[in-house]
Design a protein around this ligand. Structure first.
Ligand code: PEP
Ligand code: MN
Length: 367
């Protein structure tokens, strides 16, 4: 394992759950001020204020961000809220301007993370600074690409890194604007110890309804914070109008979320310890049983080899799949899980048996 994946000196160094709020795009100085004042009125002081200055739009012709002027308005945020400011950068010019205007934290957007050339260019422009950078997941669910972007930043000396889960483009599932994939941030946290992953429910859901539900799920899974697009007049926002919430709605969402204590920071209770011991014991049994099952599979393989039978038999496979799935579902296991589990066991069985047949093949005498 690479050294940087083992340390736990990561993250933005902010205590508790990180709450990032602010508009999709900075539009006018008045808009920036109104959002700040309404947040203050609602007594919501987020950990960070977000505002897009350069907007990566799918098609040209819509509002592509206000540009450098917007960075000057960040003084308004400092004046009213006195919190760190974060914006998206997509190329060297953006980085230079963001640094010039003392933006506190940068983020790399989903459309940029997919492109190693672009990420490398941004990383080079950041060399010698120690500005914190958050990396959104790439548009496609490719964990290595996501980690690769974080590594490119790490390689130039950026140590304050965090990731943002904003969901993945999916051509078929239209329930979400970008479908969440909860295993991906969990894998990321597993592979890169200490990595903070913030969830962006706004770009996952794509509309106001459902932001609370997705935020709660992220917290339940142990993600480290939320980035929620917030605008004083969402319906008239210049970008992402459907998904932005007002500061009052943000307050309501945050008050309804049941923020859980991250398990890492707690010593497990006696009860949790006992339950985990029970799981350890069951896992042992599962492994013993699987080993026994594969020993029987080997006997079947030997039999098939002796009688010159093929490995795969579709009727038998269908019968096994259906009967076991049925039984599992009756016991409260999900159909998807049963199918994935059986598929994985079956695939391994078929491979093992084929290996035995291959060893007996005349063309493979030395195999
Ligand atoms: C944004 O945060 O406004 C944005 C453009 O996000 P993403 O890169 O996740 O699409
Ligand atoms: Mn947006």
């Amino acid at each position: 394992m690479k050294d940087h994946l083992k340390t736990s000196e990561w993250g933005l160094g902010l205590k508790g759950h990180v709450i990032i709020a602010g508009p999709c795009s900075a539009e006018t100085p008045e808009q920036v001020e109104k959002v700040c004042l309404e947040m203050k009125e609602q007594n919501i002081i987020p950990s960070m204020f977000r505002a897009g200055i350069w907007k990566p739009r799918t098609r040209p012709g819509s509002f592509e961000g206000i540009g450098e002027d917007g960075l000057k308005w960040m003084e308004i945020v400092r004046h009213h809220l006195n919190i760190p400011i974060t914006t998206e950068v997509g190329n060297t010019a953006h980085v230079e301007l963001a640094l010039k205007h003392k933006v506190d934290v940068l983020w790399i957007g989903a459309r940029t993370t997919v492109n190693p050339f672009a990420v490398q260019e941004i990383a080079e422009a950041l060399k010698g600074t120690d500005i914190p950078v958050m990396v959104k997941n790439p548009m496609n669910p490719d964990l290595q690409l996501w980690i690769g972007a974080l590594e490119r930043l790490h390689a130039v000396g950026i140590n304050k890194l965090a990731a943002i889960h904003r969901g993945f483009s999916d051509a078929y599932d239209k329930r979400f604007r970008n479908k969440p994939n909860w295993s991906m941030p969990i894998h990321l946290k597993r592979e890169w110890k200490g990595m903070e992953v913030i969830n962006d429910p706004s770009h996952i859901v794509g509309k106001r309804d459902g932001i609370l539900e997705i935020s709660q799920r992220a917290i339940n899974f142990g993600l480290d914070g939320l980035m929620i697009e917030t605008h004083h007049d969402p319906d008239n926002a210049w970008s992402d109008a459907k998904q932005q919430v007002t500061p009052a709605q943000l307050k309501d969402i945050l008050s309804k979320i049941d923020f859980k204590t991250p398990l890492d920071s707690e010593k497990p209770s006696e009860k949790l310890h006992d339950l985990r011991s029970a799981i350890d014991h069951m896992d042992d049994q599962l492994i013993d049983l699987l080993a026994e099952r594969f020993a029987v599979i080997d006997q079947i393989g030997a039999h098939k080899r002796e009688h010159k039978l093929t490995v795969f038999q579709s009727d038998r496979w269908k019968e096994v799949m259906d009967s076991r799935t049925d039984k599992g579902v009756k016991k409260g296991l999900s159909e998807k899980f049963m199918k994935e589990l059986l598929f994985s066991i079956h695939e391994e069985s078929v491979k093992r048996q084929e290996k035995q047949l291959r060893a007996g093949d005349p063309v493979n005498k030395n195999a």
